[in-house]
Design a protein around this ligand. Sequence first.
Ligand SMILES: [Zn+2]
Length: 216
Amino acid sequence: MFKKYRIVWLLLLLILCAAAVPGKKVEVRASNLRQLKVKAPCLSMTRDEIELKKGKRKYIGMLVFDAERSDIVWSSSNKNVAVVNKLGIVKGKKVGKAKITAHIRGTDIEETCEVNVVNYKIYRVKATAYCNCASCSGPGHPRTASGTYPKQGRTLAVDKRLIPLGTKIEMNGHTYYAEDTGGAIKGKKIDVYFHRHSDTGRWGVRYVLIKVFYDK
Ligand SMILES: [Zn+2]
């Protein structure tokens, strides 16, 4: 009987031996790492850059792995511009830029986030349009009140008592500059520059929200 099944027993023995020989590849599992207490701390800022209004606070979101939040040391490259507390909440102090760094204590792991501190006011203004033609600007006005050549998509005329010349202004998601003035542009009124007179008619009169950035 054994003789009859000898081939089967031999095969079974071979299979058992093959299973007992350790393989060359060692499988690394998360559970093994935990048993070995291997730590791989890392952190990641959710944003590389933030805009922060002067006087306001903002939390810099961060993901932390294998480290305690209390192991993170926060610092600012320019404390006159922005300061940061132990929780990663940044406060804007002055218009300018500062780098905020989160560092895991006892490691060389750190991440930075650039904070752009800005100061602005939002106004609702009556916006008309003009070009350099004689009917819009009178004869002989090739340059703006600030001495630049006007450019469509950049030049706005403002009341410089409200908005100083050279000021950056955001309107409808575009960036403009206060470069010009006008006899009828007083108070909360602006004039939008166009190259062609026909485009000024297309603009007409609109009420828009503008974001005026101040230097201080
Ligand atoms: Zn015109």
